[in-house]
Design a protein around this ligand. Structure first.
Ligand code: C2E
Ligand code: MG
Ligand code: MG
Ligand code: MG
Length: 282
Protein backbone atom coordinates (compact mmCIF):
# COMPACT_ATOMS: atom_id res chain seq x y z
CA UNK A 1 0.00 0.00 0.00
CA UNK A 2 2.75 2.36 1.01
CA UNK A 3 4.66 1.62 -2.16
CA UNK A 4 1.56 2.36 -4.18
CA UNK A 5 1.10 5.70 -2.41
CA UNK A 6 4.65 6.64 -3.16
CA UNK A 7 4.25 5.62 -6.76
CA UNK A 8 1.17 7.71 -7.32
CA UNK A 9 2.77 10.60 -5.44
CA UNK A 10 5.69 10.43 -7.79
CA UNK A 11 3.53 10.24 -10.88
CA UNK A 12 1.54 13.33 -9.86
CA UNK A 13 4.80 15.15 -9.24
CA UNK A 14 6.32 14.19 -12.55
CA UNK A 15 3.12 15.06 -14.41
CA UNK A 16 3.22 18.50 -12.87
CA UNK A 17 6.86 18.83 -13.86
CA UNK A 18 6.05 17.92 -17.42
CA UNK A 19 3.33 20.55 -17.48
CA UNK A 20 5.75 23.14 -16.17
CA UNK A 21 8.27 22.00 -18.75
CA UNK A 22 5.73 22.48 -21.52
CA UNK A 23 4.86 25.95 -20.28
CA UNK A 24 8.52 26.92 -20.21
CA UNK A 25 9.10 25.68 -23.74
CA UNK A 26 6.09 27.66 -24.87
CA UNK A 27 7.21 30.78 -23.00
CA UNK A 28 10.66 30.50 -24.51
CA UNK A 29 9.06 30.48 -27.95
CA UNK A 30 6.89 33.48 -26.97
CA UNK A 31 9.83 35.65 -25.85
CA UNK A 32 10.14 37.24 -29.26
CA UNK A 33 6.67 38.76 -28.98
CA UNK A 34 7.27 39.75 -25.37
CA UNK A 35 10.14 42.02 -26.27
CA UNK A 36 9.05 43.30 -29.67
CA UNK A 37 5.44 43.98 -28.67
CA UNK A 38 6.17 45.51 -25.29
CA UNK A 39 4.30 42.73 -23.47
CA UNK A 40 6.66 43.12 -20.55
CA UNK A 41 5.52 45.96 -18.32
CA UNK A 42 6.56 47.10 -14.89
CA UNK A 43 4.81 47.19 -11.59
CA UNK A 44 6.18 49.53 -8.96
CA UNK A 45 6.67 48.87 -5.27
CA UNK A 46 7.22 51.82 -2.94
CA UNK A 47 10.30 52.05 -0.71
CA UNK A 48 9.55 53.83 2.54
CA UNK A 49 11.20 55.55 5.45
CA UNK A 50 10.14 53.21 8.27
CA UNK A 51 9.58 55.89 10.91
CA UNK A 52 7.32 58.12 8.87
CA UNK A 53 6.00 55.80 6.15
CA UNK A 54 7.04 58.43 3.58
CA UNK A 55 7.73 57.05 0.12
CA UNK A 56 11.37 57.64 -0.82
CA UNK A 57 11.34 55.86 -4.17
CA UNK A 58 9.84 52.98 -6.12
CA UNK A 59 11.29 49.75 -7.49
CA UNK A 60 10.32 48.66 -11.01
CA UNK A 61 9.46 44.94 -11.12
CA UNK A 62 8.95 43.23 -14.47
CA UNK A 63 5.63 41.57 -15.32
CA UNK A 64 4.93 39.73 -18.55
CA UNK A 65 1.41 40.53 -19.77
CA UNK A 66 1.19 37.28 -21.66
CA UNK A 67 -1.54 37.08 -24.32
CA UNK A 68 -2.90 33.73 -23.05
CA UNK A 69 -1.27 33.03 -19.66
CA UNK A 70 -2.12 36.27 -17.85
CA UNK A 71 0.31 38.37 -15.84
CA UNK A 72 3.50 36.40 -15.18
CA UNK A 73 6.01 37.15 -12.41
CA UNK A 74 9.76 37.32 -13.15
CA UNK A 75 10.38 33.79 -11.84
CA UNK A 76 8.67 32.52 -15.01
CA UNK A 77 10.74 34.41 -17.54
CA UNK A 78 13.84 36.28 -16.32
CA UNK A 79 16.07 33.21 -16.55
CA UNK A 80 14.65 32.41 -20.00
CA UNK A 81 15.69 35.87 -21.14
CA UNK A 82 19.11 35.45 -19.54
CA UNK A 83 19.65 32.20 -21.42
CA UNK A 84 18.46 33.73 -24.68
CA UNK A 85 20.48 35.92 -26.97
CA UNK A 86 18.42 38.93 -25.99
CA UNK A 87 19.54 39.66 -22.46
CA UNK A 88 21.36 42.88 -23.37
CA UNK A 89 18.36 44.08 -25.36
CA UNK A 90 16.24 43.36 -22.29
CA UNK A 91 18.56 45.41 -20.08
CA UNK A 92 18.06 48.37 -22.41
CA UNK A 93 14.33 47.75 -22.41
CA UNK A 94 14.24 47.90 -18.60
CA UNK A 95 16.19 51.16 -18.56
CA UNK A 96 14.17 52.71 -21.38
CA UNK A 97 10.89 51.81 -19.68
CA UNK A 98 12.00 53.38 -16.39
CA UNK A 99 13.15 56.58 -18.08
CA UNK A 100 9.89 56.84 -20.05
CA UNK A 101 8.00 56.47 -16.78
CA UNK A 102 10.15 59.14 -15.14
CA UNK A 103 9.48 61.45 -18.10
CA UNK A 104 5.74 60.88 -17.80
CA UNK A 105 5.77 61.48 -14.06
CA UNK A 106 7.82 64.61 -14.57
CA UNK A 107 4.94 66.12 -16.54
CA UNK A 108 2.79 65.57 -13.42
CA UNK A 109 5.29 67.25 -11.16
CA UNK A 110 6.62 64.01 -9.68
CA UNK A 111 10.33 63.43 -9.14
CA UNK A 112 10.31 60.12 -7.25
CA UNK A 113 13.37 58.01 -8.13
CA UNK A 114 12.91 54.65 -9.85
CA UNK A 115 15.15 51.71 -9.01
CA UNK A 116 15.60 49.05 -11.68
CA UNK A 117 16.95 45.52 -11.34
CA UNK A 118 19.92 44.57 -13.47
CA UNK A 119 21.74 41.26 -13.52
CA UNK A 120 25.42 40.85 -14.42
CA UNK A 121 24.29 39.63 -17.85
CA UNK A 122 22.60 42.97 -18.57
CA UNK A 123 25.83 44.73 -17.64
CA UNK A 124 27.90 42.91 -20.25
CA UNK A 125 26.55 45.48 -22.74
CA UNK A 126 29.51 47.86 -23.17
CA UNK A 127 27.31 50.74 -24.40
CA UNK A 128 24.65 50.48 -21.71
CA UNK A 129 25.81 53.57 -19.84
CA UNK A 130 25.98 55.73 -22.97
CA UNK A 131 22.52 54.49 -23.94
CA UNK A 132 21.23 55.39 -20.47
CA UNK A 133 22.82 58.83 -20.31
CA UNK A 134 21.57 59.76 -23.79
CA UNK A 135 17.99 58.86 -22.85
CA UNK A 136 18.15 60.73 -19.54
CA UNK A 137 19.49 63.78 -21.34
CA UNK A 138 16.83 63.56 -24.04
CA UNK A 139 14.13 63.77 -21.35
CA UNK A 140 16.03 66.24 -19.12
CA UNK A 141 16.05 63.82 -16.21
CA UNK A 142 18.89 63.86 -13.67
CA UNK A 143 21.00 60.77 -13.07
CA UNK A 144 19.94 60.90 -9.40
CA UNK A 145 16.45 59.75 -10.33
CA UNK A 146 17.59 56.39 -11.64
CA UNK A 147 18.98 53.70 -9.33
CA UNK A 148 20.39 50.30 -10.13
CA UNK A 149 19.79 47.26 -7.96
CA UNK A 150 22.36 44.62 -8.76
CA UNK A 151 20.86 41.18 -8.53
CA UNK A 152 23.34 38.35 -8.34
CA UNK A 153 22.43 35.63 -10.76
CA UNK A 154 24.55 32.55 -10.41
CA UNK A 155 27.09 33.36 -13.03
CA UNK A 156 30.63 32.79 -14.03
CA UNK A 157 30.91 36.31 -15.46
CA UNK A 158 34.07 38.03 -14.33
CA UNK A 159 33.14 39.97 -11.24
CA UNK A 160 35.84 42.61 -11.75
CA UNK A 161 34.41 43.41 -15.15
CA UNK A 162 30.91 43.85 -13.73
CA UNK A 163 32.28 45.96 -10.90
CA UNK A 164 34.06 48.27 -13.31
CA UNK A 165 30.89 48.65 -15.44
CA UNK A 166 28.96 49.48 -12.27
CA UNK A 167 31.67 51.93 -11.23
CA UNK A 168 31.06 53.85 -14.47
CA UNK A 169 27.35 54.14 -13.63
CA UNK A 170 28.19 55.27 -10.11
CA UNK A 171 30.61 57.94 -11.34
CA UNK A 172 27.89 59.21 -13.68
CA UNK A 173 25.72 59.86 -10.60
CA UNK A 174 23.47 56.80 -10.72
CA UNK A 175 22.95 55.24 -7.29
CA UNK A 176 23.79 51.57 -6.77
CA UNK A 177 22.18 49.04 -4.47
CA UNK A 178 23.17 45.49 -3.66
CA UNK A 179 19.98 43.43 -3.88
CA UNK A 180 19.15 40.38 -1.76
CA UNK A 181 22.08 41.10 0.56
CA UNK A 182 23.15 38.07 2.56
CA UNK A 183 22.33 35.50 -0.09
CA UNK A 184 25.20 35.99 -2.54
CA UNK A 185 28.91 35.38 -2.42
CA UNK A 186 30.44 38.56 -3.73
CA UNK A 187 28.53 41.30 -1.99
CA UNK A 188 31.26 42.38 0.36
CA UNK A 189 33.79 43.20 -2.32
CA UNK A 190 31.20 45.13 -4.30
CA UNK A 191 30.27 47.19 -1.27
CA UNK A 192 33.78 48.21 -0.35
CA UNK A 193 35.06 48.86 -3.87
CA UNK A 194 32.05 50.55 -5.38
CA UNK A 195 30.77 52.77 -2.57
CA UNK A 196 27.29 51.40 -3.10
CA UNK A 197 24.50 53.61 -1.80
CA UNK A 198 22.13 50.94 -0.48
CA UNK A 199 22.26 47.45 0.89
CA UNK A 200 18.94 45.66 0.52
CA UNK A 201 18.69 43.01 3.21
CA UNK A 202 17.08 39.91 1.74
CA UNK A 203 13.53 39.06 2.64
CA UNK A 204 14.56 35.66 4.01
CA UNK A 205 16.16 37.42 7.00
CA UNK A 206 13.11 39.60 7.66
CA UNK A 207 10.43 36.91 7.78
CA UNK A 208 9.99 35.85 11.44
CA UNK A 209 12.67 38.33 12.53
CA UNK A 210 10.53 39.29 15.52
CA UNK A 211 10.93 35.74 16.89
CA UNK A 212 14.19 34.51 15.40
CA UNK A 213 17.29 35.60 17.31
CA UNK A 214 19.68 34.34 14.64
CA UNK A 215 18.00 36.47 12.02
CA UNK A 216 18.12 39.44 14.37
CA UNK A 217 21.87 38.94 14.75
CA UNK A 218 22.39 38.73 10.98
CA UNK A 219 20.27 41.81 10.26
CA UNK A 220 21.97 43.70 13.03
CA UNK A 221 25.36 42.85 11.51
CA UNK A 222 24.15 43.99 8.08
CA UNK A 223 22.97 47.31 9.53
CA UNK A 224 26.35 47.82 11.23
CA UNK A 225 28.12 46.98 7.99
CA UNK A 226 25.97 49.43 6.06
CA UNK A 227 26.70 52.16 8.58
CA UNK A 228 30.44 51.59 8.46
CA UNK A 229 30.41 51.75 4.65
CA UNK A 230 28.26 54.87 4.83
CA UNK A 231 25.31 53.36 2.99
CA UNK A 232 21.63 52.81 3.76
CA UNK A 233 20.25 49.50 4.90
CA UNK A 234 16.87 48.77 3.29
CA UNK A 235 14.91 45.81 4.63
CA UNK A 236 13.05 43.79 1.98
CA UNK A 237 9.83 41.87 2.45
CA UNK A 238 8.40 43.56 5.57
CA UNK A 239 4.97 41.98 5.98
CA UNK A 240 3.91 43.04 9.47
CA UNK A 241 3.99 46.02 11.79
CA UNK A 242 5.90 43.90 14.32
CA UNK A 243 8.68 43.40 11.76
CA UNK A 244 8.77 47.09 10.94
CA UNK A 245 8.89 47.99 14.64
CA UNK A 246 11.79 45.71 15.46
CA UNK A 247 13.72 46.95 12.44
CA UNK A 248 13.26 50.54 13.60
CA UNK A 249 14.53 49.53 17.05
CA UNK A 250 17.56 47.94 15.44
CA UNK A 251 18.36 51.16 13.61
CA UNK A 252 17.19 50.26 10.12
CA UNK A 253 15.79 53.43 8.53
CA UNK A 254 14.25 52.15 5.28
CA UNK A 255 12.20 49.24 4.06
CA UNK A 256 9.86 47.73 1.56
CA UNK A 257 7.19 45.07 1.76
CA UNK A 258 3.58 44.04 1.58
CA UNK A 259 2.91 45.64 5.01
CA UNK A 260 3.47 49.06 3.41
CA UNK A 261 2.46 48.37 -0.18
CA UNK A 262 2.52 45.62 -2.78
CA UNK A 263 3.90 46.21 -6.26
CA UNK A 264 1.30 48.26 -8.16
CA UNK A 265 0.49 49.21 -11.73
CA UNK A 266 2.00 52.48 -12.93
CA UNK A 267 -1.33 54.33 -12.75
CA UNK A 268 -1.94 53.09 -9.20
CA UNK A 269 1.48 54.09 -7.88
CA UNK A 270 1.17 57.41 -9.67
CA UNK A 271 -2.10 58.14 -7.81
CA UNK A 272 -0.40 57.19 -4.55
CA UNK A 273 2.58 59.47 -5.22
CA UNK A 274 0.34 62.37 -6.24
CA UNK A 275 -1.72 61.97 -3.05
CA UNK A 276 1.47 62.37 -1.01
CA UNK A 277 0.14 60.06 1.73
CA UNK A 278 2.34 57.96 3.96
CA UNK A 279 2.18 54.18 4.15
CA UNK A 280 0.62 51.87 5.09
CA UNK A 281 -2.71 53.30 3.96
CA UNK A 282 -5.18 53.39 6.86
P1 C2E B 1 13.87 41.62 -5.96
O1 C2E B 1 14.52 42.67 -6.77
O2 C2E B 1 14.51 41.24 -4.68
O3 C2E B 1 12.38 42.14 -5.72
C1 C2E B 1 11.65 41.86 -4.56
C2 C2E B 1 10.63 40.76 -4.78
O4 C2E B 1 9.96 40.49 -3.56
C3 C2E B 1 9.54 41.10 -5.79
O5 C2E B 1 9.13 39.90 -6.41
C4 C2E B 1 8.42 41.62 -4.89
O6 C2E B 1 7.15 41.52 -5.48
C5 C2E B 1 8.57 40.68 -3.71
N1 C2E B 1 8.09 41.27 -2.46
C6 C2E B 1 8.10 42.57 -2.07
N2 C2E B 1 7.61 42.71 -0.82
C7 C2E B 1 7.28 41.48 -0.40
C8 C2E B 1 6.72 40.96 0.84
O7 C2E B 1 6.43 41.68 1.78
N3 C2E B 1 6.53 39.62 0.91
C9 C2E B 1 6.84 38.79 -0.13
N4 C2E B 1 6.61 37.48 0.04
N5 C2E B 1 7.38 39.22 -1.29
C10 C2E B 1 7.59 40.56 -1.42
P2 C2E B 1 8.97 39.78 -7.98
O8 C2E B 1 8.33 41.01 -8.53
O9 C2E B 1 8.35 38.46 -8.26
O10 C2E B 1 10.47 39.79 -8.50
C11 C2E B 1 11.35 38.75 -8.20
C12 C2E B 1 12.75 39.05 -8.65
O11 C2E B 1 12.82 39.12 -10.08
C13 C2E B 1 13.28 40.38 -8.18
O12 C2E B 1 13.68 40.28 -6.83
C14 C2E B 1 14.43 40.59 -9.14
O13 C2E B 1 15.55 39.85 -8.73
C15 C2E B 1 13.90 39.95 -10.43
N6 C2E B 1 13.42 41.02 -11.33
C16 C2E B 1 12.28 41.76 -11.29
N7 C2E B 1 12.23 42.65 -12.29
C17 C2E B 1 13.38 42.49 -13.00
C18 C2E B 1 13.94 43.14 -14.15
O14 C2E B 1 13.37 44.08 -14.73
N8 C2E B 1 15.17 42.69 -14.58
C19 C2E B 1 15.84 41.69 -13.96
N9 C2E B 1 17.05 41.32 -14.46
N10 C2E B 1 15.35 41.07 -12.87
C20 C2E B 1 14.14 41.46 -12.40
MG1 MG C 1 15.34 44.48 -6.49
MG1 MG D 1 15.69 42.03 -3.51
MG1 MG E 1 15.07 39.42 -2.18
Amino acid sequence: YEAKQKRSGWSIFSERNTQLGHQRLRLRADLEGALSEWQIKFHYQPKVELNSGNVIGVEALARWYHPTDGILAPVHFIDLIEQSGRVQEFGRYVIQSAIQQLALWKTQGLSTPIAINLSPYNLLDPDLLDFTLALLKQHSIGTKQLEIELIESSTSINIDYIASRLGDFKRAGIALAIDDFGTGMSSLSYISNLNVNDIKIDRSFISDIEKDLKKQAIVSAAITLATSFDCNAIAEGIETKAQSDILIKMGCLYGQGYYFAKPMRADEVEALLLSNTSLPLA
